[in-house]
Design a protein around this ligand. Structure first.
Ligand SMILES: [Fe+2]
Length: 293
């Protein structure tokens, strides 16, 4: 039986896992260990791994409890073709090619929110921007009593329009994603994770419009206090990219962000996959600009 080795990336979440061979299928005991680590730690980093799109898709689906080979290898290969894209400042047609990203969970405003995201370092020139993560699990656990009392029973409205620009603090480099359709979703501020059952502090700089039932100023003031807690430095794990890094995270339990990326800066091309398979979201690629554009 293979016993995986791993090390903590932060005091509360995130692990680097060593010794995973990128093969399909993985051994049952390796799958069990990876699933357990993923649910406990939210963020897995595998370095120096030769992960092709098929392995990346396979592992992404495995970690959220799916059986990616339920329909055989042909089923997996069909899934590989469903959606992967590049996050790149070089490749034409890439997602989020430039700019700074405020903290968010991808498609947090959708009932079909992705449960897992993964990125693989295809081309990485130094120095490049890291990806930053915070844990909404940890943020809820450590929420001060007075703040907890103020959000108890409250709901937040999440959306994908560009109202978050006001939170850029005057930073012209903040990326603005414009979607064709304006959907919103109302969820408890203390949202329960659909798979693990833990409670999350479920508000985000880039995705949360307001606290339901409060006037705009009071809502924004309360959100600012929640963001100060959620994004405090002790709750941040940074991933500094190298080529052949495979990074997989729980897109509901964790939020991610990044400092500015410039088109003319060092090349940074990351291959992204989503799990489960996108439904409506596949048709909703946003247009990207920056606050200052
Ligand atoms: Fe994202």
């Amino acid at each position: 039986m293979t016993q995986l080795l791993w090390r903590e990336l932060g005091p509360e979440f995130g692990v680097e896992v060593m010794g995973v061979e990128p093969q399909v299928p993985l051994a049952e005991n390796v799958i069990a260990q990876l699933r357990e680590l993923f649910d406990a730690k939210g963020l897995l980093v595998l370095r120096d791994i030769d992960a092709d799109p098929r392995f990346q898709t396979y592992l992404s689906r495995l970690l959220i409890g799916e059986e990616p080979l339920a329909n055989g290898m042909a089923g997996l290969d069909a899934a590989v073709g469903e959606r992967q894209l590049l996050v790149s400042n070089r490749e034409p047609g890439s997602s989020a090619p430039m700019g700074r990203l405020l903290y968010h969970s991808d498609y947090m405003w959708s009932p079909d929110v992705f449960r897992l995201l993964s990125l693989y370092g295809v081309k990485v020139e130094e120095p490049t921007s890291p990806t930053m993560f915070v844990s909404a699990v940890r943020a809820w656990e450590t929420l001060p009593d007075d703040l907890r009392a103020r959000v108890e029973g409250r709901f937040a409205i999440h959306g994908q329009d560009a109202t978050y620009q006001q939170r850029a603090g005057g930073d012209a480099d903040v990326l603005v994603s414009k979607f064709a359709v304006d959907e919103t979703l109302r969820l408890p501020v203390g949202h329960r994770h659909p798979r693990t059952g833990v409670t999350l502090l479920y508000v985000a700089q880039q995705m949360t419009h307001r606290i339901d039932g409060m006037d705009d100023a009071a809502s924004e003031a309360l959100l600012e206090e929640l963001f100060d807690h959620l994004y405090r430095p002790e709750n941040v794990v940074e991933h500094h990219w190298r080529e052949h890094d495979l990074v997989l995270w729980d897109n509901i339990a964790l939020q991610h962000a990044r400092p500015n990326i410039m088109i003319e800066g060092p090349a940074r091309t990351l291959r992204k996959t989503f799990a489960p398979a996108p439904t409506m979201a596949a048709e909703m690629r946003p247009a990207f600009t920056t606050v200052g554009a």
